[in-house]
Design a protein around this ligand. Structure first.
Ligand code: AMP
Length: 220
């Protein structure tokens, strides 16, 4: 990796593969920004903004929010000062258009992608994880109620907010999200394969073990 400029990483993988957990930890360890489009959208939904109201319709169905909205959102986010120290994008790009537009934005910023981490987890495990997932609406930290529960069953360890089940983690919506991922996102990874920046990581293990595998894959 080129250490003369800020690091730029992408975290990819299907819903429930652990993208949020691992990109948050990695950003913290590396001192770079964690930019998760799902979190940015949920903030807009919680604040009941016009964008949030538009996005919610798609999110509740498990569909993607239109590219135009997403490209504008990420362009705006990458122009904020903290992005200059480097960043990890979590859940973006998810479509070919988003990937192409991201390349242009990064070129304008004098940036390029150092690594695309793909967390690979079998479908059965994904469905099990998402049905046991509870999320803190305040900080977005995710818990697995059997494998990684909070100290108090109902509340986030970090800020005490009551945990929620995301509406899009209901089983029917999960199945739809997995189909949308297979149809629209899995192929986007090929966009990066040619640049040989892709690091495939087996994500079927404990959080600590997967964290170790990611660090090894990045040569950290
Ligand atoms: P996530 O938290 O990454 O699972 O995202 C939750 C939901 O937000 C997704 O199911 C989509 O509806 C929407 N979303 C997040 N990121 C994107 C993106 N890059 N493109 C389109 N929709 C997105």
């Amino acid at each position: 990796m080129d250490s003369s400029r800020p690091m730029c990483l992408l975290m990819a993988g299907s819903p429930g593969s652990g993208k949020g957990t691992h990109s948050r930890r990695l950003a913290n360890d590396l001192g770079i920004s964690h930019i998760a489009t799902g979190d940015l959208l949920r903030e807009q939904v919680a604040a009941d903004t016009p964008l949030g109201r538009e996005a919610k319709v798609y999110m509740d169905r498990g569909d993607y929010v239109p590219d135009k909205v997403m490209v504008d959102m990420i362009r705006h986010r990458l122009s904020e000062p903290d992005a200059e120290k480097g960043f990890i994008l979590d859940g973006y790009p998810r479509t070919q258009t988003q990937a192409t537009e991201l390349d242009k934005m990064l070129a304008d910023l004098g940036q390029q992608i150092d690594a695309v981490i793909i967390l690979e987890v079998p479908v059965d495990e994904i469905v099990e994880r998402l049905s046991a997932r509870r999320t803190c609406p305040a900080c977005q930290r995710a818990y697995h109620m059997r494998d990684d529960p909070p100290a108090d069953d109902e509340r986030c360890d970090d800020d005490g907010a009551p945990l929620e089940r995301r509406t899009d983690d209901e089983p029917d919506t999960v199945r739809h999200r997995l189909k949308v991922y297979a149809d629209r996102t899995a192929g986007v990874i090929e966009h990066y394969d040619v640049d040989s920046v892709v690091r495939r990581v087996n994500g079927e293990a404990s959080v600590d073990e997967v964290a170790k595998r990611i660090d090894e894959a990045l040569g950290l």
